[in-house]
Design a protein around this ligand. Structure first.
Ligand SMILES: Cc1cc2nc3c(=O)[nH]c(=O)nc-3n(C[C@H](O)[C@H](O)[C@H](O)COP(=O)(O)OP(=O)(O)OC[C@H]3O[C@@H](n4cnc5c(N)ncnc54)[C@H](O)[C@@H]3O)c2cc1C
Length: 192
């Protein structure tokens, strides 16, 4: 099978030679194809021998769909200026039923929790819709998000590299654009 490596810059071919083969796929990694035949899910009773790993603590993130499973992600970067400004991002995410994410410097500065960091060194995601707010679109960020189905970029700099990867782009001040977008979604939802 093929697997993308080096942040999506190359494709490696692998073969599994063991009799039991386990593959895990990211959401949206494979396009569904209509076969016309019914598909069945087989549940296997697997007995796993006790491992040497002990779980000491489990912390569950509540309230949002976990990033790897989210269909809609609203993500923001250093353009937000400071952590106190995140209310407009959270409001947009809430009205869209989206999960929030962020760029690495934002998580490194503790503006947002580390589990929100997406990109080469963070979580790789493939949502149906990725909205990037005040994020420049550095290659290391794109490596984790450029397989999203639809990418919307909001940035005041028309030369921001993210626009090259965007399906839709808004050149403007995020502090004006984001609240207006939230209002537009609210109106749309109320009318439909
Ligand atoms: C080895 C390595 C691994 C890395 N891994 C990752 C990773 O996994 N994920 C990641 O994100 N980064 C990663 N980085 C960092 C990456 O190179 C960039 O530095 C980072 O993504 C930039 O974050 P940013 O876009 O939030 O900030 P910036 O580059 O500072 O961009 C901020 C953007 O906001 C815009 N902006 C500012 N004000 C406004 C406004 N009022 N309205 C609208 N737009 C505005 C600006 O025009 C700018 O484009 C990595 C770097 C290295 C070296």
């Amino acid at each position: 099978m093929k697997k993308s490596v080096f942040s999506g810059k190359a494709v490696a071919e692998y073969a599994i030679s063991s009799p039991i083969k386990i593959l895990s796929l990211l959401g949206n990694a494979v396009k569904p194809e209509a076969t016309g035949a019914p598909a069945s899910v087989e549940n296997l009773a697997v007995s796993v021998p006790a491992g040497r790993i002990r779980v000491k603590d489990v912390k569950t993130i509540e309230g949002q769909v976990p990033l790897p499973e989210a269909e809609v992600v609203v993500s923001a970067g250093r353009g937000m200026k400071e952590p106190g400004n995140w209310g407009i991002v959270e409001e947009l995410a809430e009205i869209l039923g989206a999960t929030t994410a962020c760029s690495r410097p934002v998580a490194d500065s503790h503006w947002r929790p580390h589990h929100e960091h997406v990109g080469q060194t963070g979580i790789a995601i493939r949502p149906n819709l990725y909205i990037a707010i005040g994020i420049s679109g550095a290659i290391q960020h794109l490596a984790g998000v450029n397989n999203s189905k639809v990418i919307v970029v909001i940035n005041k700099d028309p030369e921001a590299p993210f626009f090259k990867a965007a399906d839709y782009g808004v050149v403007g001040d995020l502090f004006e654009v984001v609240p207006r977008l939230t209002e537009a979604v609210k109106k749309f939802k109320a009318a439909n």
